[in-house]
Ligand binder design. Sequence first.
Ligand SMILES: *Cc1c(COP(=O)(O)O)cnc(C)c1O
Length: 365
Amino acid sequence: MTTAQKLSFDVQLSDHARTVAEREQVLANPGFGQSFTDHMISVDYTEGEGWHDARLMPYGPLTLDPATSVFHYAQELFEGLKAYRQVNGSIATFRPYANAARFNASALRMAMPELPEDAFVESLELLVQADKDWVPTTEGHSLYLRPFMIATQPALGVNYPSRDYKYMVIASPAASYFSGGVKPVSVWLSTEYTRAAPGGTGFAKCGGNYAAAFVAQRQAVAQGCDQVVWLDAVEHRFVEEMGGMNLFFVFGDRLVTPALTGTLLPGITRDSIIAMAGELGLRVEEGRISIEEWQAGCESGELTEVFACGTAAVVTPVGSVKGADRAWTVGDGGSGPVTLKIRDELVGIQYGSRPDAHDWVHKIC
Ligand SMILES: *Cc1c(COP(=O)(O)O)cnc(C)c1O
């Protein structure tokens, strides 16, 4: 029922938007997720009534009752995608309907209401149009869009999901993850902690998954590594993914990526790479790879490259691997040619310098 609901957004433009000079100062060095634009989207949901009060409004803080259920039981989910300044000057996002569908898949798992896909995409369009001057023109930079939903009923009962929700979108200019070139990351194999178990929430982009991951990420850093690689929760042997990126293993012209078994996040970057691999002369298998196969493949030279992929960092090489009782290097520890070819192709499509054969680019303005 809710998926057929048509929303109309009220537009309240900010009367205290940042000046051109203030905006230019942020855009000169945006970092990631630190500064936000002048507007945001807010849509409320009430059981029985559905979605209502859809609006674009000035960016600002929320006032919430301390009993609001999201603070206690973490009924929350989010999405992440980017608006890219195209080489011809227009602005576009990449596969926003795929994010809308994943948002609703997460919502079903978290017993939260689905948002009509058209309303999700329209909310992004309205925010990007209002804040279009915040979409960086610097090569490789973008405007990161963060849709999310929280449970807003002020009630501590733990037996039922919230009756009320709020959907929002905020936007943050983002620098290239690759400033200073494509830097390979070092990864830590987490055998003490797991991210997701069968039947759990691994496939949902819900905040709790990330809250539970920080301790392992901190352990990775303490071990001198950049990122965690999560292993399966049953045998602690099979590779699942990284903290916010999916993994691909390159055996010459054959790519292997862990299959979507419900415990890993179905990345849209992952899906895009699978879809375009054939055009780049590569074969893809969705399967299973153990840490023993990973190490043996690198030692025999059969496994030539490993890369991680996701919206934030696009495609990042994995240079070295460390675990409690083992450590090894992938290839020569640098960025391999297959990784760079895939990255260039994807970035080219996203910024409009390569043909968009799959109709993935969604023009906004
Ligand atoms: C968001 C995310 C990804 C990557 O998804 P994309 O749609 O490609 O950005 C991968 N793993 C996790 C855990 C994530 O949260």
